[in-house]
Write a protein that binds this ligand. Structure first.
Ligand SMILES: [Zn+2]
Length: 241
């Protein structure tokens, strides 16, 4: 599987917020500001799926710009998102004066609602969905399986059981580590490093970073940076290059 990091940071940094493109077919989260880079650096003509982990602006806000591009070629896509995504989109379209996108969404977009424990088969991908603890929000993490490789994306989360389930299932996982201190919204550096030590079956990359967190973590663990692409294949073992 090919995983490209469009961005790996959080809202308070000069870099892009966390977003990924997987196998040129799946966009994972569409943060504010990400469209400029996605549109200019990547080919959207193969996009089949958009996954939205939750509706915070640094995960969702640029989606209408991506839909605007996909509308031009009447691309059929599936959006996997928390409940109420279509209604939120239509409200967003009104706010930013692009209500003409409603027709495209009604005719070419299929919505799949996230539910804890749900597995969806969207050939060639099998996607397992986990409800994450992120304050009190309807937020989700995912394990995407393709070609024998399982890749976890936590979305935003504090330390919770679902995160452990994702780590147990995944070969490689990209997990929220936005905090210096333990809290109920994001994982802290200490919690991340403890999980890294405990779950050696999975290669962990911290994402959604602040500058301070990044400075500390780059001494202690491998990072994925904005614009970097990893090719993750299963040979006898998992190989990442
Ligand atoms: Zn969030």
């Amino acid at each position: 599987m090919k995983v490209t990091a469009v961005g790996t940071m959080c809202s308070w940094t000069i870099e892009l917020s966390t977003s990924f493109i997987i196998n040129d077919e799946i966009i994972f989260d569409t943060p504010q500001g990400s469209f400029k880079t996605i549109y200019n650096n990547y080919d959207l003509s193969n996009i089949k799926f958009i996954i939205i982990s939750h509706f915070h602006s640094d995960h969702f806000m640029d989606i209408h710009l991506i839909l605007e591009i996909l509308r031009k070629t009447e691309q059929n896509i599936t959006i996997i998102a928390p409940k109420g995504c279509k209604e939120r989109l239509f409200t967003m379209f009104k706010i930013v004066e692009v209500s003409y996108l409603e027709d495209y969404v009604n005719n070419f977009v299929t919505f799949i609602e996230c539910e804890n424990g749900k597995t969806i088969n969207l050939s060639p991908y099998k996607i397992k969905i986990y409800k994450m603890e992120h304050k009190n929000l309807d937020a989700y993490g995912f394990v995407i399986e393709n070609d024998g490789v399982k890749i976890g994306f936590s979305g935003d989360n504090c330390a919770c059981n679902s995160l452990i389930k994702i780590l147990r299932k995944s070969d490689v996982a990209f997990i929220d580590c936005a905090s210096l201190e333990q809290n109920n919204k994001h994982l802290s550096i200490d919690e991340f490093l403890k999980l890294k030590e405990e779950y050696k079956n999975v290669k962990l990359y911290p994402i959604h970073l602040t500058h301070k967190v990044k400075n500390i973590l780059e001494e202690k663990t491998e990072l994925i940076n904005q614009g970097q692409t990893l090719n993750i294949i299963k040979d006898d073992n998992i190989v990442i290059n």
